[in-house]
Design a protein around this ligand. Structure first.
Ligand code: ATP
Ligand code: MG
Length: 410
């Protein structure tokens, strides 16, 4: 238990309110994982919570909750809420889709449990009394490692389609079995993801692919028909070769990301999107070249087109898009190794990401190993050796062009 969350629960109970920790932290503790954070719930309303703690701030307009500062920690305290009733203001005007828009009606703890997505996410733990409170048989599901939706899966996924992605994430991250009811409805409901705001899907895509089990998640998303809803461009462009579990670029990249995360190394969103959309960019570049566009212009135009289309599903911020652009654009410089451009390439802000991407492409058979070895070595050697490596480069393309020009003028 986190000492800060314990303090907050203690103080709320001393003031006469009910208070527990809930959700992900209880689930993770019971499964033997270290929780990311501890969420406190109570029957005190936000303004009441604020009066109990000296350093507390009510935040959020739609979901009012309280941030309580304990030492350097911030503990999030929310009031028990009930699910909005169908047909009420909390539901979307398009009743047929039944998506929940607002979620801030206060309720009992029982209500609060039932509005949650999966039974294992609806356990309350009172650290003072040391008891688990369970309204939805979440405890026995945890023991069986079973992921079960609270209520009717179709209805709950219609209310919030992101729950479908959460299902996959929890299943792979916590090694849970999805109940059959979930598996059987996902392929039919996958299209509902088209109604989710792209910015929210960006957050979820990152959570799912950067959860440390990105490759397993990818396989499940693919199997359940969700992947094509998140990356329509990739679904159209990817071939059997790309999807090969052992040698495909996407598989290699996602396994590599899992590895990095396991080793505590940083990962960036741009890398994920650059990998997922690379084939689509290549195809679009070819198409542009067939329309007699110059190679560089073809690539740049293709990048714009592919990112533009993908944006309609999943937001890609300008910062992420710029990094992707650099990573893709540098691939030519890396492959060509023009002596004049080598120092510039090495000094580029995105050299490292572009180099990592090149190495994956080499593993996937898209370039020769020799080029990768060369770029690896040039980063390791001292200045004089580096200059020697650059001088020793043979540049058949450039020479060819010169000879051609000379021939013309002669
Ligand atoms: P993580 O470890 O990824 O944070 P978590 O279960 O804590 O997992 P959060 O997104 O932090 O997930 O949400 C906290 C709790 O709020 C969940 O455990 C669940 O009970 C509830 N919850 C979150 N998102 C939803 C949702 N879309 N629908 C219903 N309940 C949800
Ligand atoms: Mg959480």
């Amino acid at each position: 238990m986190s000492p800060s969350a314990l303090t907050v629960v203690h103080d709320l109970q001393n003031a006469g309110y009910a208070a527990e920790v809930v959700g992900g932290c209880v689930r993770d503790l019971l499964l033997g994982y270290v929780p990311k954070d501890f969420d406190v719930v109570t029957d005190a309303e936000p303004d009441e919570v604020r009066t109990i703690f000296r350093r507390a701030r009510v935040i959020g307009r739609r979901f009012r909750l309280v941030h309580v500062r304990v030492g350097r920690d911030v503990v999030e305290v929310s009031t028990y809420r009930a699910a909005p009733k169908r047909g009420s203001a909390g539901f979307e005007a398009h009743a047929e889709q039944g998506r929940i828009l607002r979620d801030n009606v206060f309720g009992t703890r029982d209500d609060d449990a039932r509005r949650r997505d999966f039974s294992i996410n609806a356990l309350y733990y009172d650290p003072v009394e040391d008891v688990v409170i369970d309204y939805v048989d979440g405890f026995s599901d945890l023991q069986r490692h079973l992921l079960r939706v609270i209520g009717d899966p179709i209805r709950r996924f219609e209310e919030d389609p992101v729950r479908m992605l959460r299902a996959v994430r929890f299943a792979v991250r916590l090694d849970l079995r999805m109940e059959r009811r979930i598996e059987s409805v996902l392929p039919d409901l996958a299209g509902l993801l088209g109604h989710v705001p792209p910015a929210r899907l960006f957050d979820e895509v990152l959570k799912i692919f950067h959860c440390g089990h990105g490759y397993a998640a990818y396989e499940q998303l693919q199997r359940l028909g969700l992947l094509a809803e998140l990356f329509p461009e990739s679904a159209r462009a990817h071939t059997k070769v790309d999807l090969d579990p052992d040698h495909g670029l996407v598989s290699l990249a996602l396994r590599n990301t899992d590895h990095r995360l396991a080793g505590g190394q940083p990962v960036i969103p741009a890398f994920l999107f650059a990998v997922m959309l690379w084939r689509a960019v290549c195809l679009e570049t070819d198409r542009n070249q067939q329309r007699d566009m110059a190679p560089v212009q073809s690539l740049h135009r293709a990048i714009g087109t592919v990112i533009g289309r993908q944006q309609q599903r999943v937001t890609i911020s300008r910062r992420v898009a710029t990094t992707m652009f650099d990573m893709w654009n540098l691939q030519h410089w890396l492959l060509e190794r023009r002596p004049r451009l080598v120092p510039k390439t090495l000094a580029h802000k995105r050299f490292r990401a572009a180099y990592d991407f090149l190495m994956l492409r080499i593993s996937a058979g898209e370039a020769t190993a020799e080029i990768g070895t060369w770029w690896t070595r040039i980063q390791e050697v001292d200045g004089p050796t580096r200059r020697k490596m650059i001088t020793e480069l043979t540049v058949p393309q450039k020479r060819g062009r010169r000879r051609h020009r000379r021939g013309k003028t002669a």
